[in-house]
Design a protein around this ligand. Sequence first.
Ligand SMILES: NC(=O)C1=CN([C@@H]2O[C@H](COP(=O)(O)OP(=O)(O)OC[C@H]3O[C@@H](n4cnc5c(N)ncnc54)[C@H](O)[C@@H]3O)[C@@H](O)[C@H]2O)C=CC1
Ligand SMILES: O=C([O-])CC(=O)C(=O)O
Length: 347
Amino acid sequence: MKASILRSVRSAVSRSSSSNHLLTRTFATESVPERKVAVLGAAGGIGQPLALLMKLNPLVSKLALYDIGATPGVAADVGHVNTRSEVTGYMGEEQLGKALEGSDVVIIPAGVPRKPGMTRDDLFNINAGIVKSLCTAIAKYCPNALVNMISNPVNSTVPIAAEVFKKAGTYDEKKLFGVTTLDVVRAKTFYAGKANVPVAEVNVPVVGGHAGITILPLFSQATPKANLTDDTIVALTKRTQDGGTEVVEAKAGKGSATLSMAYAGALFADACLKGLNGVPDVVECSFVQSTVTELPFFASKVKLGKNGVESVLDLGPLSDFEKEGLEKLMPELKASIEKGIQFANAN
Ligand SMILES: NC(=O)C1=CN([C@@H]2O[C@H](COP(=O)(O)OP(=O)(O)OC[C@H]3O[C@@H](n4cnc5c(N)ncnc54)[C@H](O)[C@@H]3O)[C@@H](O)[C@H]2O)C=CC1
Ligand SMILES: O=C([O-])CC(=O)C(=O)O
């Protein structure tokens, strides 16, 4: 009797372990392939919480944390979290190549943040050079990676990256993204508050660019629908456009949005990974090469696929207020794009 129980337990264990093994294999090779993500600027205000959030993402198998300093500590700390990915810290330019090699997605929050009274464009002089040198290394060590540009001014750093990649002969417009997800995150939060709807159900496209009036939330397309007054829409639009400044002022000299940005950056990187893995219908707003307007780069809804951008979606129907906003933002966005292109070609 005992022997027969033992036999059936053994056989159940062996059945279950072989099916587990099969499951693990299917899981590893089909549904969840190996994916390396590199974070450049990983020891910073955004970089650290972003590193943690990427460590929590089961789609990541390798996480490379690069900065000019302090990454060994961040990597040791984040690396103790018991999730799938293997974490390595890289410090200093001589280790940048190793950090980048084999990356599927590179997230760039490297650069200085604003202080009160500054515009994002005031960061150009420092951050343009940082982005240029990091993109030169990306072209060399992981030219096929999807690049998620967080460093400001995004309206200029994305065109800089494009020019660097063009010069290196590696430019693929499907693989370069300005991260504008925080604008969407803010628009959703602020809309849910005013419309009194559950925030988790809210969708609001945000188009244009990522600075002041170039940020254009399309509340006329927001769902769930709500009957908000024109004044409320004007106020929501302004608050979304000034969201970054609201945080800069509240932090009073201690930097800009880091935690909400890490959340937004992790959301966008997750969408990129899902697209790469063949998950259908992944759509996020992003500042990409575009023919949606006459400008060469523009943020709008983008469908993500196995090669990055699968398609850039149209703006859809705009209210008169949004049409006005679109017209007003074009000159500033055009100038910021041109400034980036000129910098990349002059330096
Ligand atoms: N796209 C967006 O929505 C947002 C963008 N930002 C931008 O993100 C950037 C970073 O912001 P924070 O993390 O708050 O700044 P931070 O100063 O806390 O961190 C920046 C990190 O970049 C590192 N760094 C500097 N030069 C580097 C280089 N050559 N290679 C690698 N790492 C380098 C620094 O050592 C530092 O650890 C800023 O430009 C900020 O304006 C911030 C919030 C939202
Ligand atoms: O405002 C800043 O300087 C940082 C940023 O881009 C944002 O929070 O949207």
